[in-house]
Design a binder for this molecule. Sequence first.
Ligand code: NHX
Ligand code: ZN
Length: 616
Amino acid sequence: MKQMPKNAPKRNNPFKILLIIALLGAGLTLLFPGNSSFFSQSTVEDIPLTGLLEKYGDDELKTIKIKDNQILAESFDGAMYRAFKEPSANVKDLGLSDLSKRTSVEVIDTSGGKIWINILIGVAPFILLVLFLVFISRRASSMGGGEGGPFGFGKSRAKVYDKTKHSTKFTDVAGAYEAKDEVEEVVDFLKNPKKYQKMGAKTPKGILLVGAPGTGKTLLARAIAGEADVPFFSVSGSEFVEMFVGVGASRVRDLFKTAKRNAPAIIFIDEIDAIGKHRGQGVGGGHDEREQTLNQILTEMDGFESGTNLIVIAATNRPDVLDKALLRPGRFDRRVHIDMPDMEARLQILTLHAKNKTLAPNTNLQKIASKTVGFSGADLENLLNEAAISAVKARQKNVSQEDLENAVEKVSMGPERRSRRITDSERNIIAHHEVGHAIAGHFCETSEPVHKVSIISRGMALGVTWFLPEEDKYLMSEQKMQEEMVSLHGGRIAERLIFGQTTSGASNDLERISRIARSMVMTYGMGDRKKVGPVVFSEKSKGWGGMDFHEKDFSEETARAIDEDVQHLILEAESKCEEILKKNLSLLKKIATDLLKKENISREEFLAYFKEKPEK
Ligand code: NHX
Ligand code: ZN
């Protein structure tokens, strides 16, 4: 698929212009050197002006050269003298115009160079200012392709996909079955508007696509345009958040104007939550930039006459923060949810993206689909691409199953960082920490099976224990949450049991434990019913830009009760974890020793330790 920004102007890189100016300046300085480097003979004797004039009066001088406030003279016997004069004093003032003398007087005119340098000094700040403005405005619109330029602030920067050049179709969207069904009607409306008008059916104006990042909202919107064969104007909500109030609104106006001119058409607003947050949330009263932009969008949507063949599709992953006004009838009244892909959809997505890749004949995408619970469509696309890249690097003739499996790890945990040098004593701590997680998790009933334990650094982490879910789940039980905390405690507790103290490395584990415990109490009603009970407590953050503050919808007493309950849950999980690890201390040491040697332990290798004497 090719995207074709219409009439994108050729742009000179502002840095190029700056470079040219700098070179020009340097050239001029060389051409018209300053005073210091002009008279540079070594045997010049500095004498007072009166002395020099005296020599002139005695007719001892062969030549006099005057440059600015310097006078250089050469006598008939070859001596060089230099004297200084007032800059304003000219040849006549000094009495050097006596024609009876044999001296040749030459005034070196530096004003030619000076003029240029002066002009340059005069205009340079201005040029720099203009360049700066251009730079700023370009940066602000770096996402856009269309109009713009230095003074095009108010122009929409919508990317346009030419309908003859792009052809995303529903067949390019794997999975998302219901979403496709729902938007099929929209395609029909764009293709045959008369049919609907005759029947008196109200046609949709706005569709809100809701889905987690990477689930294919943009792809679906583009497929609607492709199926209906209409132009597609794409903008991102974050592009409207400008530094100048009113610019966003004027861009919206321009965008709708252009789209109407090209109707039937689709306007796609990505990340609409960037502008569509509840209004009146900002600190400092009413009309901020976002609000004006949002109002303009609403006005435009209310404004199209019935018969305008224009559909606005907006995408968000946070429908909860959207202003209610956006969701009223006649606006974004249709919501289409796109789920994270399930096993079946993942297989379809993988198959689709594998089409243009050379896979080995024995690859099994089904297996990959089952190992990628929680991956979005974008993750899966990325996975196949990573696999293809590593196949190229290894000079293979096709992508093997192993490439695919390694890519799963790379996409979900980040690439390995083998260059990080780690001392033996730290490696020892890391190994025990990770095995602690693995063993604690292994003895939890609801825990996902251990997939891999590794002491190779990846991204921020020095080591990882990877639990792999085997099937798509939509609910999480109380027990599962408790046991999740138990296995997260495993690393820190193992450090404490083996080395007598913990390290800073467990910070991320503790963060996750705290988040689980807090949401159990505050969101899922799993707290102590005598202390807090099944009530949802929310803490809203209001305002932005460093001025934000939190507003609790519960009392200080309740806050204390929540804190106590959260702490209780965390400590309970910790003692359960400690119990498990104390019972399996010798196994912990044994596996950690092996891990130090092997660096990675696979699921099979890990399970083998428990086969010998079943403890579970
Ligand atoms: C540091 N990193 O920041 C070093 C490089 C305790 C054996 N000085 O718990 O690597 O200490 O079970 C996402 C993921 C911070 C965000 C991991 C933010 C890790 C990871 C701190 C293992 N494995 N800790 C772990 C770890 C560290 C950290 C993260 C994150 C260690 C531990 C990081
Ligand atoms: Zn850990």
